[in-house]
Design a binder for this molecule. Sequence first.
Ligand SMILES: Nc1nc2c(c(=O)[nH]1)N[C@H]1C(S)=C(S)[C@@H](COP(=O)(O)O)O[C@H]1N2
Ligand SMILES: [Mo]
Length: 203
Amino acid sequence: MKRPDQLKDAPDQGMGDRVPPGQFLSNKFPVLTYGSTPKVDLDTWKFRVFGLVEQEVELTWDQFTKLTWTTVTADFHCVTQWSSLDNTWEGVTFPDLMALAQPKPEAKFVMAHCFGGYTTNLPLEVAMEEGLLVHKQDGEPLGEGHGWPLRLIIPSRYGWKSAKWLNGIELIAEDAPGFWEQRGYNNNADPWKEERFWPELTH
Ligand SMILES: Nc1nc2c(c(=O)[nH]1)N[C@H]1C(S)=C(S)[C@@H](COP(=O)(O)O)O[C@H]1N2
Ligand SMILES: [Mo]
């Protein structure tokens, strides 16, 4: 239910219902990275879909750009409490990518892998429902600090599930924690339920 006046630079005009509890609206989209920005070269860039798949996939950047691209508008919520509404993301949907690899029936979770070693985990079902592998934000290629050339976007979860500098998707049968999920961040990460940290850390 987006009204035309709900623009990115006109914050908080009846948009409270779109800002989850404990979050503040931001006009900016700050860079939030643990560690340094990896150097990525499009000439040697490779993207892999592997693990529990019928067909392991390895794509060059050229091949990736020839897949079907989709544009999605979505809100983004970082656990450090900023939210940014109505971002436009352009890229390949998770189902379109999975159509190439064909997950095996026992594949129930995904692990996203990144240049630099960052990882994050998700149920395959969530990734299939809303996952987008993004190259453009608001019509422009991603900034280097924002995951250029490719990041994952999972709008319904806190930002750490939206892995930057994505270079692979692994299909797995059993859930396993990613980088922040091993370090105290909630496995499920729903901002509407304020699933910020491990339940035992919030008491
Ligand atoms: N590879 C990688 N991806 C990452 C992170 C990171 O440190 N490394 N930080 C995450 C966090 S906590 C957030 S909120 C978003 C921030 O994205 P942005 O820097 O584009 O705002 O990226 C997520 N993806
Ligand atoms: Mo974050």
